[in-house]
Design a protein around this ligand. Structure first.
Ligand SMILES: Nc1nc2c(ncn2[C@@H]2O[C@H](COP(=O)(O)OP(=O)(O)OP(=O)(O)O)[C@@H](O)[C@H]2O)c(=O)[nH]1
Ligand SMILES: [Mg+2]
Length: 322
């Protein structure tokens, strides 16, 4: 993970800090939401469904005194299919060689002091922690979604239990939804970055091209409108992205695994595909600030989630250097 520093050091204040910070944890704990809350932009797709994020994404957090390159990662879980194994591989690749790993753990919804004292992290969370610990990078614990806990005193025994699981660099309770804890997280991150120049210019927000983000935003629409396994069986490939002065024109193909899913994506009288197209246009416009016109095709890539060579054709490729 090395990019040539792009700003002349003279423009930066003395003692400027910079580095990579991975955002890791089980699926659905709020990793992408936290990245978006820190950056103040809907850069990473976040949905109520676990295993939304499939690939790592760099989100560049630039302040005067530091630049933290945040790495949003897929949830670490027990993976069976080729797609799920790719996702966990992406998560661990995202945490390799970083300056700090943020391990996100969802605040349990305990209702009494007794429950809070008895609470233990789940097996999958502990497995995620041990996989990350093997990378031998410093790990800080970020408890997420504390806004859902009515009695904040119940947090004390929970933090005590978590602090016994690993010698964390720090522990911060947060709620990306309300902004709680983000200032404390900012201090924790900036204090732990080494001194150094910026990796990206101050204007960059993401390492991914707009066509990648467009495909992600179309996937977000699939998660919003389609049920059960259907969004998990979909891959989106942007085949053309023409950026105009006022309107961006985007063509994309949605690949499903089975012919029956094609009918669900099109919907009765084409109503679903119309809804997906309109929603995608709104989401893309929201990120770019320009009007977007989306054209969607649908195709079948039979059982692609289980076939490593089809994953590659659909763009899910391991980078050579990670
Ligand atoms: N109440 C509350 N909900 C939150 C908060 N942060 C995230 N969520 C919700 O938790 C769900 C999952 O959020 P994501 O950001 O997609 O979680 P993730 O860890 O990126 O999930 P994967 O990519 O699937 O691993 C969404 O419905 C979010 O709105 C929070 O601070 N408070
Ligand atoms: Mg995510």
């Amino acid at each position: 993970m090395t990019d040539a520093p792009s700003d002349p050091p003279t423009e930066l204040p003395p003692g400027h800090r910079s580095g990579f910070v991975a955002i890791c944890g089980r699926p659905n704990v709020g990793k992408s939401t936290l990245l978006n809350a820190i950056l103040g932009e809907p850069l990473a797709v976040a949905t109520p469904h676990p295993q939304t994020t499939r690939e790592k994404l760099l989100g560049v957090w630039t302040e005067h005194a530091f630049q933290a390159v945040l790495v949003d990662t897929p949830g670490i879980h027990r993976a069976r299919s080729a797609l799920n194994q790719y996702m966990v591989g992406q998560a661990l690749a995202g945490a390799r060689d970083v300056d700090l790993v943020l391990l996100l753990v969802e605040t349990p919804l305990v209702r009494s002091a007794e429950d809070a004292h008895a609470w233990q992290p789940g097996e999958v969370a502990l497995e995620a922690l041990s996989l990350l610990a093997e990378l031998q990078r410093p790990i800080a614990l970020v408890m997420t979604k504390i806004d859902r806990l009515r009695d904040r005193d119940l947090m004390i025994p929970i933090l005590q239990t978590m602090s016994e699981a690993h010698p964390f660099e720090g522990i911060v309770p947060t709620a990306a939804a309300t902004g709680e804890g983000l200032e404390q997280l900012r201090s924790l991150v900036s204090d732990r970055l080494p001194q150094g120049p910026r990796y990206f210019d101050g204007e960059s927000l993401s390492d991914r091209p707009m066509r990648w983000h467009a495909a992600e935003l179309i996937r977000a629409e699939l998660f919003e409108h389609l049920r059960e396994e259907v969004p998990y069986s979909c891959a989106v490939v942007v085949t053309a992205y023409n950026e105009g002065s006022r309107v961006d024109r985007i063509s994309a193909t949605i690949f499903v695994e089975r012919p029956s899913q094609k009918g669900l994506v099109i919907g009765k009288g084409g109503r679903m595909i119309k809804k997906l197209r309109e929603g995608s246009q709104m989401r893309i416009a929201n990120l770019t600030g320009r009007v977007s016109e989306v054209h969607l095709n649908i195709d079948i890539a039979k059982n692609w989630t289980r076939d490593p060579s089809k994953l590659e054709t659909l763009g899910y490729r391991e980078e050579k250097d990670s």
